[in-house]
Each structure stands twice: as structure tokens, then as C-alpha cells.
Design a protein around this ligand. Sequence first.
Ligand SMILES: NC(=O)c1ccc[n+]([C@@H]2O[C@H](COP(=O)([O-])OP(=O)(O)OC[C@H]3O[C@@H](n4cnc5c(N)ncnc54)[C@H](OP(=O)(O)O)[C@@H]3O)[C@@H](O)[C@H]2O)c1
Length: 237
Amino acid sequence: MEKGQTVIVIGASGGIGRVLSREFLKAGVNATLSARTKEKLDTLQVSLGSENTLVVPADATNPDDVLRVFTETKKKFGTVDGIVISAGTWKQLDITASTQEALDLAENHFRSIFLPSFVTGFVAQRFFREQGRGIIFNISSHAGLRPELEGNLTYGPMKAASHQFTLALKNELKGTGIQVVDIAPAIVNTDEAVGILDTEDKRTRAVQPEAIARWIIDEFNNPNIVPTKLFKSDITL
Ligand SMILES: NC(=O)c1ccc[n+]([C@@H]2O[C@H](COP(=O)([O-])OP(=O)(O)OC[C@H]3O[C@@H](n4cnc5c(N)ncnc54)[C@H](OP(=O)(O)O)[C@@H]3O)[C@@H](O)[C@H]2O)c1
């Protein structure tokens, strides 16, 4: 990233999104902080400062909302150089669930995990094609690539769909100059994960969100950026 560039962070108030937003600002860029709940975004903005930030509450599964994030960002900062899609949720499902529970969670995960990547990615590519440049980072998960993980009957498949959509979008955008990258981390050391990462050793061995931020900052303007970036850890649940 170069000082003065502008990035949208979808899911900015989440465990990963907060660290990405903070590190991007330290790198001297403007950041639009977006997620559904305004209060959490306002709190984040207070901690980061309002000079180079903009809060735009939006549902990443709603195309009109996502377009508004782009138009308000452009109005304030003059341009949008990239977007990071870090919205989602996580819940395990295994074969002991009732069929109805399984179906309910599958539908829920389609809406909460696949659709934010799909809708936001689709709106973003249209905006960036009109602008003539831009980069889309989608945060999927190692769970989408590792069927051996336990309790992974709905989260994994929906993350696989999100990952695959990102690669297919990249293919569609060949020759446009628009970049698309899928980031697939293993479990990340966020404040929200303290229940799972319940020892200092586990927190250290997990993926550090600062490492994801650093990679995005370093690769943001690389015309030959890789299509998929894995962040591995030996910790599984
Ligand atoms: N943490 C990990 O270990 C890990 C590992 C691999 C992959 N990931 C993936 O990385 C992404 C971020 O994870 P995280 O740990 O930061 O999650 P998190 O702490 O639960 O935060 C999720 C963020 O997304 C927002 N959000 C959720 N649904 C949204 C929607 N429909 N529209 C707009 N914003 C929405 C939430 O705010 P609101 O609820 O206010 O909208 C929040 O800001 C997720 O896709 C997750 O699956 C996480």
C-alpha cells in the first residue's frame, strides 16, 4: 500500500477486521470501516481516529448497501483502491445434529458465509471495472480446503464456495487489470478466539492477524499477486 491510498474493510469491527483496519491506518492509507452494527464501528473509529477513517454501516449481502459503501468512500476520499471482505461467522456441525438443525445451519451459512463474499465481490468488480483498476481480497478459510477438519459439514463447504467464487471471479476479470485474491487462514489469534485458544502457547501458534495485514499491505500494488494465499497453523479444533 502507498500512503494516501484508500481501502474498504468489510467486517471491520470483527476480530480480524479490527487489526487489519488498525494496521492499514498505520501504513498511511484511508480506511472505510464497514459492518452491520454502527455502534461497534463508531467505537472502532474512536480508537483509530477519525481523520483517515469513514464509518459506513452496511449489510454485505445487500447489493444496494455495498454500492453505498463504495459511493460514500469515493465521495470522501476521491477513489477506492481496494476492498477486503472479512465478514462472516463460524459454527461447527457434525453428524450428531438433527437433520433439521443441519438444514437450518446450511441455509444460515449460505447467507452468512457465502453471500457476503459473493454479493460484495460482484458489486466491487463492477465498481472497479468502471474505475479501471482496483483489488479485491476475500478472506475465506483453510476450512474450505481441508475436508479432514472435524465438525466442518457446513462452514467448510460454504468457505470452499467462497474461495472458488473468488478464483472464478479472478478468471472472469482476466485482462481488465482488476486483481482478485483469496486469503485462506487457519485459526487466527483474535480477541474473540480466547475461548478456543485458551493457552498462551495456542495463541502464539495460531495465525497472527498482523501477519495477514502485513501481507496485504506489502502485496496491495503487486501486479503479479498470487491468486490464493494460505496462512497455516498446526492448531486444529
Ligand atoms: N478468526 C479465525 O480464526 C478465522 C480463520 C479463518 C477464516 N476466518 C474468516 O475471516 C472472516 C473474519 O473473521 P473474524 O474472526 O474477524 O470474525 P468476527 O470476529 O465474527 O467478525 C465478523 C465481522 O463481520 C461483520 N459481519 C458479519 N456479517 C456481516 C454482513 N452480512 N455484512 C457486513 N458485515 C458483516 C461483523 O459485524 P456485524 O455483525 O456488526 O455485521 C464483524 O465485523 C470470517 O469470514 C471468518 O470466517 C476467520
